[in-house]
Design a protein around this ligand. Sequence first.
Ligand SMILES: Cc1cc2nc3c(=O)[nH]c(=O)nc-3n(C[C@H](O)[C@H](O)[C@H](O)COP(=O)(O)OP(=O)(O)OC[C@H]3O[C@@H](n4cnc5c(N)ncnc54)[C@H](O)[C@@H]3O)c2cc1C
Length: 335
Amino acid sequence: MRHTDILIVGQGIAGTLLSYELMRAGKSVLVLDQPTGHQASLVASAVLNPLIGKSWTVAKDAEMLIPLAARTYRLLEQILDAALLSEKSLLVFHRHEEDAANFEQQTRTGNPYIALPCEDTIEQLKLQWIIPRSIGQVTPVFTIDAALLLSKWKQYLQSRASFIEEQFLYNGLSLAAGKLVYKDIRADKIVFCEGATGRKNPFFPVQNFTANRGDALILSIPGLATGSIYQRGIRLVPKSDGLFWCGSNYTWKYETLNPDLGWQKETLIELESWLKLPFELVSHLVAERPTTAGQVPILAQHAEYTNMFCFNGLGTRGFSAGPYLAGQMAAMVTS
Ligand SMILES: Cc1cc2nc3c(=O)[nH]c(=O)nc-3n(C[C@H](O)[C@H](O)[C@H](O)COP(=O)(O)OP(=O)(O)OC[C@H]3O[C@@H](n4cnc5c(N)ncnc54)[C@H](O)[C@@H]3O)c2cc1C
């Protein structure tokens, strides 16, 4: 029988950041994860953006969350010897007068993140894009190389015998006399971080825990500058492998996680109408965002089995709010 202080189920961004925080607090962890091909953390654009689209106002807590997140990813870069965080600007091509007016209004109210791009930038953009009358710029925004972070963190855990690639079965957990036993593992505590599949977790039937699906396209666009994220309704986000992430939609009613080919076609037509460069579709990804009705993350302790916890419901903000929330969750688990 092996012993661990804390057994963690799921290694998306939630399980990754939580295991990091718990190890920092001196705890031993054992992470169980079985990839599904639809992990939200690997489908996400993983952008840290301080502003709320449309109104272009500063998002609640962004001034605390984003610098804290950037610091956490920088520390992980040092531990994992990997470039995870890139600073970018977000170029917004306004489709509607109202959007442009909201943006201009924010420049007048001293919003520190937004500006109007200079003439040189606009001239450069005109070579590659059909430019609308009005363009805005948001800086700084950050992208995280999520695939690299998750794979490097998995290797890091493996090198410490702290990772097992397998599906956790809820009915395999024994709770006799307050002890947590799963197969040959004895754990003082367990934290569930299963993302959207967590809404089937029998130990945490959290009311309002739901999910919405998002599709994303991976595109090859030779020649397109990779220093910026481009937004005109849909977003094009440069990836570290030279490809571009393109998305996304929010679908509340769906029966499968098969690619939405209608959305794919519309998106490619839309892109063709404003991008002058040729591009090629490389793949179409789909995942569910784990969320709650009020978009309140789930940081919960079981009422009866007090050594059982749930860290989930990160919604659209797993990468930006995740580092702060993982710190809060770790404090709850270790107190
Ligand atoms: C299209 C799209 C775009 C997004 N863009 C952004 C963005 O720009 N910025 C941002 O901050 N957020 C973004 N998000 C949201 C972000 O992706 C999520 O908030 C975050 O990834 C959720 O992470 P998670 O770890 O909770 O879930 P997941 O990433 O789904 O991870 C859960 C893990 O648990 C594993 N698992 C589940 N059940 C079991 C089991 N029984 N046994 C073993 N393993 C199990 C799964 O295989 C998976 O590896 C986006 C999401 C989508 C879909």
